[in-house]
Ligand binder design. Structure first.
Ligand SMILES: [Fe+2]
Length: 151
């Protein structure tokens, strides 16, 4: 029987992941909008595909929080408070700088998901435990695509 503390730790961990997903979604969109250079079309499209994939996860993660009986994040301030991945306010990075930053952020996301999975195991939340493997594969695929784009 999962205990209350393990479930609280899980929902806190899931809300941290949710904050990182929203942050990485907006950063990926920032780069979709502002990337420049000879790879413009490919990167503009790649960043949009990745942003859509990340955004699709936000609802699933938030509803795992609700199904565990806790409140999910409610807005931008809560996201800023919980996120581990940093905002990128600049719009003038080079294409290579944008790719490298997203690559590293997706690697951070893999670490965050690993912590969520461990918390899910401890709380006996098999559904989150199972989802976490897919979330990890998606983040690793994004990281691989970005890394490969750098040559
Ligand atoms: Fe667009």
């Amino acid at each position: 029987m999962p205990n209350h503390n393990a479930t609280a730790a899980l929902t806190d961990s899931l809300n941290g992941l949710l904050a990182d997903l929203f942050t990485l979604y907006l950063k990926t969109k920032n780069f979709h909008w502002h990337v420049r250079g000879p790879q413009f079309r490919d990167l503009h499209l790649l960043f949009d595909e990745q942003a859509a994939e990340i955004f699709a996860l936000t609802d699933i993660v938030a509803e795992r929080v609700r199904k565990n009986g806790a409140p999910a994040l409610t807005g931008i301030a809560a996201i800023a408070q919980k996120a581990r991945i940093a905002d990128q306010p600049r719009a003038d990075l080079t294409a290579a700088e944008m790719i490298a930053e997203l690559r590293d952020d997706n690697a951070t996301l893999v670490d965050v998901i690993r912590e969520v999975k461990a918390a899910a195991t401890a709380a006996g939340d098999n559904a989150t435990d199972g989802f976490a493997d897919d979330w990890t594969d998606q983040a690793q695929q994004r990281r691989w695509f970005l890394e490969s784009t750098l040559g």
